[in-house]
Design a protein around this ligand. Structure first.
Ligand SMILES: NC(=O)c1ccc[n+]([C@@H]2O[C@H](COP(=O)([O-])OP(=O)(O)OC[C@H]3O[C@@H](n4cnc5c(N)ncnc54)[C@H](OP(=O)(O)O)[C@@H]3O)[C@@H](O)[C@H]2O)c1
Length: 340
């Protein structure tokens, strides 16, 4: 089978394609033929050596969908041919995150998913939604689950709430889709008129931060002068303080990402005056993922796949380069044989 790996350093120049034997499932393990892998910003940060020092060689990629093609002895959760996704934080089965389950993550520090076959413990798999292709299902484990965790599992979103979100990338469009399906209003703040028009077509109200640099004031206006109930901030850096300004008294700001910078300065008085809940999301549990799958099927949701790339060295490098440009509309996916 073909496996991609960072050979001797965490850098896109160090990516090589290797031939490895197809693994044999041990007791309670499942052999998965990977059909599609979606990229996340963390994969790029890891490839740039900006996200930690991991043991090499390392297989990149954190999000995969495929089908069951082998069962180890005693493996009963799935049957041959079942369509599955891998849980990105494999030890986090249910409930709130704890240190004991938070460490092992696919794509670093654990080997990732850019491989034609993977063997995993049966507990680390989630049934893929019936209504999604493999290319679509591969977008769920990080971006979809994080949005679900931020809004529903930890966020307690209710119909009629107003949600603010920055950007139109992977996580942001899941926030839009999940919040709309839950009966919320969604205000998307983005930098590009065309991408914002596409977000409006998905049910968003939009604020263009390029033409309206004081975007937090516009968000306040659109939310009746009060601010939104919940703000999901995937940009971080200087944006986080403005997300706080755009959120109502007693509301919640969920820090998810750092595409605009890792360090943020926040006026504590602004937080205190609003008695805000300031929280962070770190993906979600398998139970959260399973709840997301049910919602996707019930609401007939389809994740937004921006571009699909081939599973070869040139294709994967092009996918990373496209992600690095910084303005995907939805998810970037690598096809490992989705038509098979
Ligand atoms: N905590 C977690 O569990 C978790 C899970 C998933 C992702 N994340 C993090 O969340 C962030 C977003 O992830 P993603 O997968 O959604 O990324 P993405 O698909 O690359 O999308 C990011 C979006 O943010 C906007 N953007 C990009 N650079 C920006 C900048 N410098 N200033 C303002 N806006 C900018 C762009 O939208 P517009 O051009 O429309 O503005 C872009 O489409 C990343 O930092 C990622 O590591 C965290």
């Amino acid at each position: 089978m073909k496996t991609l790996q960072f050979q001797d350093r965490l850098s896109l120049d160090s990516l090589v394609m290797r031939e490895r034997p197809v693994p044999i499932p041990a007791a309670r393990e499942v052999l998965v033929r990977v059909r599609a892998v979606s990229l996340n910003y963390r994969d790029l940060a890891i490839a740039r050596g900006e996200y930690g020092n991991y043991e090499l060689p390392l297989v990149p990629g954190s999000d995969a969908a495929g089908e069951v093609v082998g069962l180890g002895s005693g493996a009963r959760r799935f049957g041959m041919g079942d369509r599955v996704c891998l849980a990105y934080v494999p030890d986090w089965v249910a409930g709130p995150i704890r240190a004991s389950v938070a460490q092992r993550r696919l794509g670093g520090p654990a080997d990732g998913v850019l491989s034609e076959y993977l063997c995993v413990h049966e507990a680390e798999l989630v049934r893929a939604p019936d209504n999604l292709s493999a290319l679509e299902a591969a977008t769920l484990p990080i971006a979809g689950v994080t949005a679900w965790q931020a809004l529903i599992e930890d966020g307690g979103l209710r119909p009629g709430d107003v949600v603010g979100v920055l950007g139109t990338g992977g996580v942001s469009l899941f926030v839009l889709q999940i919040a709309r399906a839950a009966g919320a209003r969604v205000l998307v703040v983005g930098r590009d008129a065309d991408r914002l028009a596409r977000a409006r077509a998905m049910g968003a109200e939009t604020v263009n931060s390029t033409t309206d640099p004081a975007w937090e004031r516009r968000v306040l206006e659109l939310s009746g002068g009060q601010g939104v109930d919940r703000f999901v901030d995937v940009v971080g850096g200087a944006a986080l303080a403005r997300s706080v300004e755009a959120t109502r008294v007693g509301g919640t700001v969920c820090a998810v990402g750092f595409v605009g910078g890792r360090a943020a300065e926040i006026d504590i008085v602004a937080l205190v005056r609003r008695a805000l809940t300031n929280r962070a999301a770190s993906a979600g549990s398998r139970a959260s993922f399973e709840a997301l799958v049910r919602a996707i099927e019930t609401q007939a949701l389809h994740p937004v796949v921006d571009r699909v790339f081939a599973f070869d060295l040139a294709g994967v490098r092009a996918a990373f380069a496209y992600l690095a440009e910084g303005h995907p509309f939805g998810k970037i996916v690598i096809d490992l044989g989705s038509e098979c």
